[in-house]
Design a protein around this ligand. Structure first.
Ligand SMILES: Cc1cc2nc3c(=O)[nH]c(=O)nc-3n(C[C@H](O)[C@H](O)[C@H](O)COP(=O)(O)OP(=O)(O)OC[C@H]3O[C@@H](n4cnc5c(N)ncnc54)[C@H](O)[C@@H]3O)c2cc1C
Length: 256
C-alpha cells in the first residue's frame, strides 16, 4: 500500500512577517498541524498492513525542515515542489501544481488535511479530487483499507457515516484520527538519509505564467495585526480574593 500525504509548511505562530511580498522568505516554518494527524494515521496503517508513506509539499526551500521532521516521524520519502515562479500562487494554481506532481506518482491513498493554519482555504482536498477524478472521502475519523478499496467513517452531525470507495482515493482526515507521534532520536538520524525529491515547475510541465503572481486569481493586498487590546484588569491577590474579584467582575456585567 502506498499512501501519499500532503503536507504544507506553515509559519510557526508568532514568527509571521506581516509583509505580503515576504511570503516565501518567512524564516520559521513547521508542518501544518492537521497534516500531522493524517500523517500519523498513514504511518499506523502502513505499520499494520505494510507499505510506504510518501510526503508531497509545495513550498519554499524552508519547507524542507517540516518535511525532514515528517520523515523523522516515519515517512519513507518526500517530494518537494519548489520554484521561484511559484511565489504568489493562489489556491487554483496550488491545486494545479499539486495535481501535476500527483500525476507523476502511483498511489493507493492520498491523505489531505482539512485546512491549513495560514491559508484556511479548506478547498485543496475536494479541488484535487475533482481535478484528478478521485473518489473523495471527507472528514474521516477512521480509515480502514479494504481489498482494492477504502472504508472511512465520516464525521456527521448525528455521529458518523460509513463510506466506501475503490482505490486510488483521496481521504481528507480530521484530528479524531489520533495524536501525531514525536520523532524519536533514531527517526531523526534516519531522516537525514531519506530521499527528498525536488521538483521544479519545468519538471512538472507547468508554464510559469499560469501560476505564481501572474496567474493568481486572488492577491494578498495587505496584512495587519489585530488592534492591540486595552483595558485588561489584572488581579494580583490570594486565590480566594481572586475568585471573588472575578465573580464580581462578571456579575457587574451581567455575564453570570
Ligand atoms: C497571496 C498568496 C501568496 C502565496 N504565495 C505562495 C508562495 O509564494 N509559495 C507557496 O508555496 N505558497 C504560496 N501561497 C500559498 C498557497 O497558495 C497555498 O498553499 C494554497 O493556496 C493552499 O491554500 P490553503 O493553505 O488555504 O489550503 P487548504 O485548502 O486549507 O489546505 C487543505 C490541505 O491541503 C494540503 N495543502 C494545502 N496547501 C498545500 C501545499 N502548498 N503543499 C502541500 N499540501 C498542501 C494540506 O494537506 C492541507 O491540510 C500563497 C497564498 C496566497 C494567498
Amino acid at each position: 500500500m502506498h499512501i501519499v500525504v500532503l503536507l504544507k509548511a506553515v509559519p510557526v505562530v508568532g514568527t509571521e512577517r506581516l509583509d505580503p511580498s515576504a511570503y516565501v522568505q518567512r524564516a520559521q516554518l513547521e508542518a501544518n498541524g492537521n497534516d500531522e494527524y493524517v500523517l500519523e494515521k498513514a504511518l499506523k496503517l502502513t505499520e499494520a498492513n505494510g507499505g510506504e508513506v510518501s510526503l508531497l509539499s509545495m513550498g519554499p526551500p524552508a519547507a524542507l525542515d517540516a518535511l525532514r521532521k515528517a520523515l523523522a516521524m516515519g515517512a519513507t520519502r518526500a517530494y518537494h515542489v519548489t520554484d521561484d515562479a511559484i511565489a504568489g500562487s493562489c489556491i487554483r494554481a496550488t491545486v494545479a501544481i499539486l495535481a501535476a506532481a500527483l500525476r507523476k506518482l502511483e498511489f493507493d491513498l492520498l491523505f489531505v488535511g482539512a485546512d491549513t493554519s495560514d491559508g484556511l482555504g479548506g478547498v485543496v482536498a475536494p479541488a484535487l479530487a475533482a481535478r484528478l477524478g478521485l473518489p473523495y472521502l471527507s472528514y474521516a475519523s477512521e480509515i480502514e483499507p479494504l481489498d482494492g478499496g477504502v472504508r472511512v467513517r465520516r464525521l456527521s452531525a448525528a455521529g458518523y457515516d460509513v463510506l466506501e470507495a475503490p482505490t486510488p482515493a483521496l481521504v481528507m482526515g480530521t484530528q479524531v484520527l489520533g495524536e501525531p507521534r514525536y520523532p524519536s532520536l533514531r527517526g531523526i538520524m534516519q531522516a537525514r538519509s531519506k530521499e527528498v525529491v525536488t521538483w521544479s515547475l519545468a519538471d512538472l510541465g507547468i508554464e510559469p505564467p499560469s501560476v505564481g503572481e501572474s496567474g493568481a486569481t486572488t492577491r494578498l493586498t495587505g496584512s495587519k495585526a489585530p488592534p492591540a487590546r486595552s483595558g485588561a484588569q489584572v488581579v494580583r491577590a490570594s486565590p480566594e480574593e481572586s475568585v471573588t474579584a472575578v465573580i464580581d467582575f462578571l456579575a457587574a456585567r451581567r455575564l453570570i
